[in-house]
Design a protein around this ligand. Structure first.
Ligand SMILES: Nc1ncnc2c1ncn2[C@@H]1O[C@H](COP(=O)(O)OP(=O)(O)O)[C@@H](O)[C@H]1O
Ligand SMILES: [Mg+2]
Length: 369
């Protein structure tokens, strides 16, 4: 098989997961997208029989053998294949027999539906987010102007009041006007331009830890640090990342303090890692820094799981529902991703921040979103 290196280089640059199989359905080449999909390194997968990677897939494997025999490929939609560790992947796949230098091979292309659904969801979310922000900006303006007048009038009134006791009423007006103003400021506040510099991600995480350490004191919450000290620096705005991380950690603290938690073994874990080949957007795969915030609280209420990143979505009586939408906006403006997985006893928020080369940042000044 001459020119194999060239084939491999081509396959490596595809975002579609591709396996090259020999006649016996033994894996010969695995591209990085397929490594992701199978959650297995190429080193481990090469040489394995396809049935060892996708377990209990007898029917599919038989159909593939048949396709090779009659030299006629086929496509299967909405297949569900199981990986050895129990995870199932939903995918569309196409198998194509090919003759390479007189030897018979099969090319297996796999499109993970989870991946395309995620792209769709991300796209839907960003466009909805943009519309929401427009709306909020317009509304904020309309609210703030009359609010200023209202507050000023209440102050004037307070000075003219004959009876000291009536001042309580004007104070209510002033306090409530301030509260509204704060709310509006927080709603629109995440538009501050980024001030990026080269930072170590632990500056951010440790700062957050310091801030919350005092707050959790005596609340039976245990804070665990699990850092990878070898993470290289990245370009980011540390203040804004502190804000984003703090919002997420505070939520974890609140969920662990809720009456649903019967035990006092609440744990929040702060974990940092470098990850390879994160898919940011449909085409770009880059190494990234991952900051994970995990808690063993009751989990995000089922009916909110799809919407927690939208503003004003909250399950707490005193909540504003702004924490996560601000965190999401900050991470997005770093071209990163904010993901969340949650079930009872195990909630994980993951910030993924791509490393950005300084040169690129200078050439493309940050767009105002
Ligand atoms: N770690 C968590 N555990 C359980 N629920 C969470 C967690 N983080 C967020 N949530 C849910 O997401 C909602 C939205 O969070 P957020 O945007 O910060 O607003 P708020 O904290 O004001 O409610 C919360 O009300 C809560 O229901
Ligand atoms: Mg919050």
């Amino acid at each position: 098989m001459e020119g194999r290196i060239e084939y491999k280089r081509l396959l490596d640059s595809l975002t579609t997961a591709v396996l090259l199989l020999d006649e016996d359905l033994q894996i010969r080449i695995v591209n990085p997208a397929a490594e992701d999909l199978m959650a297995m390194s190429s080193r481990k997968a090469v040489g394995l029989f396809l049935g060892e990677v996708f377990v209990n897939a007898t029917e599919d494997i038989e159909a593939m053998r048949e396709a090779l025999l009659v030299r006629n490929g086929f496509t299967k939609r909405l297949a569900r294949l199981h990986l050895p560790l129990g995870k199932a992947v939903e995918l569309d796949y196409t198998i194509t027999p090919i003759d390479l230098d007189g030897e018979l091979f099969a090319l297996l292309e796999m499109n993970s539906l989870e991946y395309s659904q995620r792209i769709n969801r991300d796209h839907f979310f960003s466009s909805t987010q943009a519309t929401t922000q427009e709306l909020v900006r317009g509304l904020a303006h309309e609210i703030k102007n009359p609010l200023g007048g209202l507050r000023g009038a209440a102050q004037l009134l307070a000075r003219e009041l004959p009876d000291e006791e009536l001042i309580d009423y004007t104070n209510v007006i002033i306090d409530e006007a301030d509260r509204l103003r704060n709310l509006v400021d927080r709603l629109t506040g995440y538009r501050k331009p980024l001030e990026k510099r080269s930072i170590n991600i632990h500056e951010v995480v440790e700062r957050v830890r310091n801030l919350v350490e005092a707050e959790i004191d005596g609340r039976g919450i245990h804070l665990v640090r699990d850092y990878d000290p070898s993470i290289p620096p990245l370009m980011a705005d540390p203040e804004q990342l502190i804000q984003a991380t703090l919002n997420i950690v505070r939520n974890a603290m609140q969920s662990l303090s809720s009456p649903d938690v019967k035990h006092d073994l609440g744990t929040i874990t702060l974990r940092t890692r470098t990850t390879h080949k994160v898919t940011f957007g449909p085409r770009s795969r880059q190494p990234a820094v991952a900051v994970e915030i995990m808690d063993n609280g009751p989990g995000i209420p089922e009916h909110l799981r799809e919407s927690i990143f939208f503003p004003m979505v909250t399950s707490r009586p005193q909540g504003t529902g702004l924490g996560l939408s601000i965190a999401h906006a900050i991470v997005s403006r770093h071209q990163g991703l904010l993901e969340c997985e949650s079930e009872s006893g195990n909630t994980c928020f993951r910030l993924l921040l791509p490393y950005q080369r300084e040169a690129r940042i200078r050439r493309q000044p940050e767009a105002q979103s």
